[in-house]
Design a protein around this ligand. Structure first.
Ligand SMILES: [Ca+2]
Ligand SMILES: [Ca+2]
Ligand SMILES: [Ca+2]
Length: 839
């Protein structure tokens, strides 16, 4: 043992003791081993209001289990309850404290919160310069929210009384007059009070001054004490399935200065080190592909020098078949990364990785591991999202036929799903008049049930592209437009992709014919049915709304009701959208020719009309405002493909090279898409740009250990990675010498488990050993998934945390599958299989 002087030992002990206290670090959060306390590193965002991603947050032994710490206006805030605007954030490294200013514009109400490290705890104090406004007395309080899936079934004590947090919400509520309810976002209402004039307010589970949560579980244990106010513990799931456990103290009436002080001490397991996350493809590997596991390590961890690949034999024994060095890659945000390359193992079989004490799931090495990667998406996810149809599978009905009463002309309005209508309707219909014929075809947008026209246009394009490039003849779905009936796993003699093109086109053509142009969306008219969880057919009552009837009254003939639940068509004209629809209709008419000639003809008619009208409407609009960068390049190409009229190809040729000069990454996909229509000269002229793209790909290897464009936005970057993957596949198909085959595998590795946070596959089912188990689909309240869904993936939380919950489905930015994204996955998967499948 190395000799250490007494002074040295003393210094070491002091540093150690020091390290056990919470310190305000360079990334502006409080830190000790196992505990991070973030103070508005992520602030509330106006888009979808309370996204459960903001305020004071705690990352506890690697999991973000606490968020929402802020002054709030209700016991258990819902998504559309008002959120405070952050007015200032002062970080004082000297004093080890962070101050936040918060403002509620609607109530002219300001407050400040100061968070200060005090040993192993933080002190959170609320300061008021003016007393709580009269309207908010008894309502405004300081709240902190705890992730239900990490706290349910855990024990707690409040002032010495024991309890256990419930798996399901069953606490008590009261009703109060609507007049007492603080205003919700833009005056919308999340609830239908059924004519009672009352809203529901949860009662606390417990109240007291000293609470220890998760007293049975050291990694979740937190003690909160408050002397100057009562702590009240609520269950937010009483009002909304995505609610959290909430601890709050109501702000006192008539007081200013420091009005509430909490001491919050998250327990830290001594010398805690996060278990290594060994990223690898849960779908498996082909024998001759690169096989590199990326190992994510706690910054206090030291990499093992070597890892092993173990083979599982058919007699129940295991054999070490390979032992290789673990190579350090370096630091990426809060963790260190290392790689274990076992590409040399090519023998087919069942394997797992042994890294120190960690043994991974097993996985296959086999030529056929990728054969089925798109089947769950095309056979299950897509048909379940077919709107205006009854959808069944075996003994289970996924949903009845939704929106039988059709769609009403939206009046001038703002909307909760980011749409607006107005100032005019741009149609012949009066506000709230029925627009006939729109309840046909189309796809649910995502975890919600609207028809987002822009997405539906992309979806039809994606299906057409899949059809024309790869001609998938797979037939596993019965679709009857006449019966409005879909049955999964029942072949009907028609390739499913053709039926998907038809289904999307039916709704979009109906929009063009009935409205005269494209609607921006067909969506819910009231917020209280927008957050619907359950059978899509029960969102509305299926009866036409008649304002002459009283709410909830049904007419004598049983055909109409006084309940204003009918969906609305948002019809403000957007020539860009019309232009996009026109190109899609041209392509659809080509794809549907010989299958549904009548629909093909209708699509072509609308294509020509909308093209002429949109061009006319856009005259005088600067080019840059006409649908964004590169939009017209793609449009001209699609128009040429659809019509073979040379003017479109000439337009494309006139623009492509300047576009590539301006931005290779953005325009390379469109340039590649043109290759089938161009000559060898074009292919050659593209070479330098493809080389430039290859340099960009090489550079990604230096930026992160996964060698991929990882998004840091408020919606995780899965779409960006899929589109990168698709481009790489096409570039490899046309330029195999420049874009190497191994790059093609990176995206598959990432999707199927080689990524930060955990190593589960982001695609529900698909032959992976350990796919994710919960997604933000329309069955999210069941903590379940719809097979074939692709999660957006790793959500970045500032300043350094990637996250993908697999026990809590409700954060859309990491777990929602969209119809646009999932059909993009079908293209990526088809192109990828085309390259790697044994011919
Ligand atoms: Ca939507
Ligand atoms: Ca079929
Ligand atoms: Ca209705």
């Amino acid at each position: 043992m190395k000799k250490v002087s007494l002074l040295g030992m003393l210094l070491m002990t002091m540093t150690l003791g020091h390290a056990q206290n919470l310190q305000l670090n360079d990334r502006e959060y409080f830190e000790r081993q196992g505990v991070n306390v973030l103070v508005f590193s992520n602030s509330f965002n106006g888009g979808f209001n309370d996204e459960k991603n903001s305020g004071i947050e705690i990352i506890h032994h690697g999991v973000r289990t606490v968020q929402g710490g802020a002054v709030r206006l209700s016991n258990t805030p819902e998504q559309w309850d008002l959120v405070p605007k952050m007015t200032h954030r002062k970080v004082d490294h000297k004093k080890g404290r962070i101050e936040i200013g918060m403002r509620y514009e609607d109530y002219d109400f300001d407050s400040r919160v100061i968070v200060q490290a005090k040993g192993k705890a933080v002190e959170i104090s609320v300061w008021l310069d003016k007393p709580v406004p009269e309207k908010l007395v008894g309502e405004a309080g300081f709240n902190l929210e705890f992730l239900p899936s990490q706290y349910w079934l855990k024990t707690f004590t409040v002032d010495g009384r024991l309890g256990r947090l419930p798996r399901y919400a069953t606490s008590q509520t009261v009703t109060r007059p609507n007049s007492e309810k603080p205003r919700q976002f833009k005056g919308f209402k999340t609830y239908d009070d059924r004519g009672t004039g009352q809203f529901i307010d949860p009662l606390p589970i417990e109240t007291g001054h000293n609470i220890l949560l998760a007293s049975d579980t050291p990694e979740r244990m937190i003690r909160i004490t408050c002397e100057d106010a009562e702590l009240r513990l609520y269950d937010g799931r009483m009002l909304a399935q995505n609610g959290w456990f909430v601890l709050r103290s109501v702000l006192p009436e008539g007081k200013t200065g420091k009005v509430i002080t909490w001491t919050v001490e998250p327990h830290a397991i001594p010398d805690w080190i996060r278990e290594p996350n060994i990223g690898f493809s849960q779908v498996g590997y082909q024998p001759r592909q690169p096989k590199v596991a990326v190992i994510e390590l706690d910054k206090n961890d030291r990499p093992q020098p070597q890892a092993m690949l173990m083979r599982m034999n058919e007699d129940g024994t295991t054999t070490e078949v390979f032992r290789g060095d673990v190579k350090e890659w370096g630091e990426y945000y809060k963790y260190n990364y290392a790689k274990f390359d076992f590409s040399s193992v090519e023998q087919k079989g069942v394997y797992y990785i042994q890294y120190g004490d960690v043994r991974t799931n097993n996985f296959l090495i086999d030529e056929h591991v990728y054969d089925k990667i798109t089947d769950a998406t095309t056979d299950v996810w897509v048909p379940i999202h077919m709107n205006h149809m009854y959808v069944t599978e075996g003994y289970r009905t996924w949903h009845g036929e939704p929106f039988k009463e059709g769609y009403l002309q939206a009046p001038e309005s703002d909307h909760f799903d980011l749409h607006t209508q107005g100032p005019t309707t741009d149609t012949k219909y009066k506000p709230l008049e029925l627009i006939p014929g729109l309840n046909v075809g189309g796809y649910f947008d995502a975890g919600d049930f609207d028809i987002e026209t822009g997405s539906n246009i992309s979806v039809v394009h994606n299906f057409i592209r899949t059809w024309e490039l790869f001609k998938p003849m797979r037939d596993e779905t019965f679709v009857s437009q006449q019966q409005r009936y879909v049955e999964l796993h029942r072949p009907d003699g028609v390739p499913d992709v053709l039926q998907f093109i038809e289904h999307g086109t039916l709704n979009l053509v109906a929009q063009a014919e009935q409205i005269g142009h494209m609607a921006s969306t067909l969506s819910n008219s009231v917020l209280d049915n927008y957050h619907h969880l359950g059978d899509a057919a029960s969102i509305t009552d299926g009866l036409h709304y008649d304002s002459r009837l009283k709410p909830y009254e049904v007419s004598a003939d049983g055909k109409s009701s006084g309940t204003p639940d009918d969906m609305w068509a948002f019809t403000t004209r957007n020539p860009n959208l019309d232009f996009r629809a026109a190109t899609m209709f041209a392509a659809a008419s080509r794809a549907l020719q010989g299958y549904n000639d009548e629909l093909a003809q209708r699509a072509l008619t609308q294509s020509k009309r909308l093209m002429t009208e949109a061009t006319e409407l856009m005259k005088g609009t600067p080019r840059r405002d006409r649908g964004g960068r590169g939009e017209h390049l793609g449009t001209n190409l699609q128009l040429y493909a659809a019509t073979h009229e040379h003017q479109y190809l000439d337009n494309f040729k006139a623009q492509i090279w300047t576009a590539l000069e301006r931005n290779v990454n953005f325009n390379i996909q469109t340039a590649l898409d043109a290759i089938p229509f161009m000559d060898e000269d074009y292919r050659q002229r593209l070479v330098p740009y493809v080389k430039k793209y290859a340099e960009y790909i090489d550079d990604l290897d230096k930026q992160n250990p996964y060698g991929l464009p990882i998004g840091l936005g408020n919606w995780a970057g899965g779409g960006q990675i899929l589109s990168f993957g698709t481009t790489v596949c096409f570039a490899h198909i046309y330029y195999p010498d420049i874009i190497r085959r191994e790059v093609v595998y990176r995206v598959a590795d990432w999707l199927y488990g080689c990524h930060p946070y955990h190593n589960y596959s982001f695609v529900a089912v698909v032959g992976a050993t350990r796919p994710k188990e919960v997604f933000y689909g329309n069955n999210r309240a069941d903590f379940s998934f719809i097979p074939g869904n692709v999660a957006p993936g790793l959500l970045f939380r500032h300043p350094d945390h990637f996250e993908n919950y697999d026990d809590w489905p409700f954060l859309w930015g990491q777990n929602e599958g969209t119809i646009g994204g999932n059909t993009q996955y079908i293209i990526f998967g088809s192109a990828f299989k085309n390259i790697v499948q044994p011919k």
